[in-house]
Design a protein around this ligand. Structure first.
Ligand SMILES: Nc1ncnc2c1ncn2[C@@H]1O[C@H](COP(=O)(O)OP(=O)(O)O)[C@@H](O)[C@H]1O
Ligand SMILES: [Mg+2]
Length: 452
């Protein structure tokens, strides 16, 4: 019951469906009762009219009452239309004396007009009419039969309601579902958006009642976009401003290294220079992330992925060789992606850089291209420790590094990769190179054929 109440309170669709269904049912029940009783009454009135007409007929044509019921032929099959016609005499034995039939033991004191009387064990509806001959004619019909006929014809008036109610309920259910469909579609569209997709929601196909609400969301999106832009520009400007003093610091450190100094001082200088190098990497990555996030559309051309691999490998080879890592491209197929070349190079460079850094010495890093029917993937895999599945969703967060990581890094590499991937409309999947031992990181960036 609690669940029902909560649904009633929370769901507009449920409330509307329930209210409309109850209203339809209540109106239908009231209308049904009304129709039934009106039809029942009318059927009785019609039957009374028949009795009156029979009496008038007998009077007008001077007919004698038949010696059986039904004013003519009586048969069991036509019991429903049975009508009794007889003369009401002041004394019950007068009929016999006058050679008139007595079909029903009607009271001799019957008044003229329509009435309901008990004759024998049955109830009868009787119409008594004074004939032009001075005799009083009674036309009677069993009330049970009259009620049965009236009941059956009244039931028939309920048929349209019985058909209409389910049809109406189905129409209402369908209508409500259709009315709420734009909202469902809208929430699906918003849910499928990436973090950076702050463009306004199109109001075009929406019903006018929802447009003000969507308008408010759009204004909020615009404000969020503005403030995100301001923050990004601040980060980019700050990184840019820090670049020159840091370069100067790095130069001073280099010069200082050439000077005479004690072993202790040299050790401290090495730590200092290491710190400066880390900060330089962090600043470079920050600037790259700011550039990737910048709204300005960068020039896109058809870029060969093999060419991008070659460019990245050239830069990565010294680091790979220093760790005796076997790095290379394992597939000969190529495919072109419509993208900004620098973006693609930055993407692959970050993946390759991670693969070399996090793979132990004498390891292996493979770059390949996997083409499918409507898609193609660039794949970078290594035989290092890999990333535990529980961390897959977090490693894309800016500055997030897996605890216990001693490599130099900023925690921004995969954020940059992710930003480029969503900018290109591609998708990224992490996995294991060795699925049985759950080791080695395998990163696949998949481009749909529209990207090619
Ligand atoms: N090839 C890989 N093998 C193992 N761990 C990885 C690999 N690539 C990334 N990671 C983990 O994911 C974290 C985030 O990577 P990234 O965003 O590039 O930041 P960074 O490399 O600067 O630490 C890294 O700190 C590392 O722990
Ligand atoms: Mg990295």
């Amino acid at each position: 019951m609690d669940g029902f109440k909560r649904r009633l309170k929370d769901s507009l669709q449920f409330r509307l469906s329930l209210t409309l269904s109850i209203s339809i049912l209540s109106i239908a029940i009231v209308a049904g009762f009304f129709a039934f009783y009106t039809a029942f009454d009318e059927a009785h009135e019609l039957q009374d009219d028949v009795l009156r007409q029979v009496a008038t007929l007998f009077d007008r044509h001077g007919l004698n009452p038949p010696d059986k019921g039904d004013a003519g032929n009586e048969s069991d099959s036509e019991k429903e239309s049975r009508v009794f016609v007889q003369i009401v005499s002041p004394n019950i034995n007068d009929n016999a004396k006058n050679g008139l039939p007595t079909l029903l033991p009607l009271p001799t004191t019957l008044a003229d007009g329509m009435q309901t009387v008990i004759a024998g064990s049955e109830n009868y509806r009787v119409f008594v009419k004074k004939l032009s001959t001075g005799q009083r004619l009674a036309v009677a019909q069993e009330t049970d039969i009259r009620d049965e006929i009236a009941y059956e014809s009244s039931l028939r008036t309920l048929m349209p309601f019985l058909i209409l109610i389910p049809v109406l309920l189905l129409v209402v259910a369908d209508l409500i579902r259709k009315i709420f469909k734009p909202i469902t579609t809208l929430s699906r569209e918003i849910d499928s958006r990436g973090d950076q997709e702050l463009h306004p929601i199109p109001v075009e196909p929406l019903p006018s009642e929802i447009i003000p609400f969507v308008g408010a969301i759009n204004r909020l999106l615009a404000r969020v976009e503005l403030s995100v832009g301001v923050q990004r520009r601040f980060v980019a400007d700050a990184a840019h401003e820090l670049r020159s003093p840091l370069t100067a610091l790095s130069l001073q450190g280099e010069r200082l290294a050439n000077a005479e100094m004690s072993v202790n001082a040299r050790e401290r200088l090495a730590t200092l220079r290491h710190g400066i190098d880390r900060t330089k990497i962090l600043l470079e990555q920050l600037l790259t992330l700011a550039k990737v996030h910048a709204e300005t559309e960068r020039i896109r051309t058809n870029v060969s992925l093999q060419k991008v691999y070659r460019r990245v490998l050239e830069d990565a080879l010294p680091l790979a060789e220093s760790k005796h890592i076997d790095i290379g491209v394992t597939s000969s197929t190529d495919f072109n992606i419509c993208a900004n070349e620098v973006d693609l190079i930055v993407l692959v460079k970050n993946l390759v850089d991670n693969a070399i850094r996090y793979t132990p010495e004498n390891g292996r890093v493979d770059l390949s291209i996997v083409t499918g029917k409507n898609e193609a993937s660039l794949v970078v895999e290594d035989n290092g420790p890999g990333i535990p599945e529980s961390e897959w969703h977090r490693v894309f967060d800016p500055f997030y590094r897996i605890p216990g990581n001693h490599e130099i890094g900023s925690g921004l590499g995969l954020s940059i990769v992710n930003a480029i991937v969503s900018h290109l409309g591609a998708s990224i999947h992490l996995g294991f190179t060795n699925k049985t031992q759950l080791s080695g990181l395998r990163v696949a960036v998949t481009f749909r054929s529209t990207n090619r």
